[in-house]
Design a protein around this ligand. Sequence first.
Ligand code: ADP
Length: 430
Amino acid sequence: MNPQLLFWVPAVLRIVGVFLVSGVLGYFFGHVVGLVVCIVVLCAILGIQISYLQLLNVWLDHPDSAKLPDGWGSWTDVFSRLYRLRRSDEKHQIELIEWLARFRQAMTLLPDGVVIMDDVLFLEWCNPAAERHLGLQNERDKGMRVTNLIRNPDFMDYIILGRYEQPLTLALKDRKLIMQIIPFENRRQILVTHDATETDRIEMMRRDFIANASHELRTPLTVINGFLEIALMQPNLDARTRTSHLTLMTEQGLRMQNLVEDMLTLTRLESVEFPMRPERVDIHSLMEHIRQEVEALSAGNHVITLDIDGPDVRGSTDELRSAFSNLASNAVRYTPAGGTIAISWQKGVTGPVFAVQDSGIGILPEHISRLTERFYRVDKSRSRETKGTGLGLAIVKHVLLRHAAVLAIESTPGQGSLFKVRFPASAVNQ
Ligand code: ADP
């Protein structure tokens, strides 16, 4: 039925009822009685309406759905509708508060900085990343002008020129920041900051790597090209010279091949597209393989020992073979003939430990922290003479990173070096 009718019908019926009852009383007990009863009842109804109006008035000051009165007559309907309205309002309010909290949390977790400012650059709010990037403090700096907080001439120029469609790159507190102002709504603007220090560092490393790799490849290529030129210009070279040229060219070709192979290995190890697939690594056969390799490389010039007293681990056999073999072959290459090389695999206190100890040339302390950098060599000529690429320890570092293992280097110049790889206890194959 029509809600308007639902409201009016009972009210009209109630008044008609009062008149009827007053009429009946007037008929039996006289007009005066009927009139008095009618007036009294109508006044009572009016009083009730006024009291509910007052209750509604009081409630509107603090409109809490739990404190809404029950009502009488038409008021029951009014209050119940008000109750529903208020409940849905309260629900929306809770949803809005939750949404706002979620939004704030998302903003808090954002790696990029967000500063909300008004049209004249007064700070309204900023997230923790912006606090870190720009040295701001949301609570302390709220209401202050951003140009007074970020005191940087480039930033000032950016604001003055107002070319906000272009980002600004800024060096701030040893960090490289990329900033951009984005106007939004009519009277607000957002300043977004992105910390590009790490990306920049990686980009620089990549450039250095390419420059180093090209430099490394240039030398053997120059040698090969030189001999090829001689062969073209002097076709009648005697057999001995020709053989010696061919041998040198083969050596240089091999050097380039090793270099390219090591570079590919490094790229593969760094790539997220080649995740490690852990398997059970049979330590006995792996160590035996390393021993044979080292003995072949040493060609009987060193005393080599192998000691295995540790459990198998989980990891990539190929990657560990490459890392261990790099460490062991370095020991041979940097130990003069007659020296000793001790390879071991032990239980260790915190987990298995692989160690290679040599009695070789040793390393000065200032070089130790840089040995795992790509193409870092203490003695360039010795490295080249022994077919080193300068990438061996960089490969070791990456393999160990993928196995949560750490490399420790101890060395005394003239006495020898100890390269230790410590695996976590969790690496042990259960
Ligand atoms: P390379 O191919 O030149 O040997 P690596 O990355 O394997 O490259 O090693 C980096 C440098 O560390 C070497 O050039 C060498 O100077 C030094 N080095 C590595 N292992 C030893 C060692 N066992 N004894 C002395 N020096 C070493």
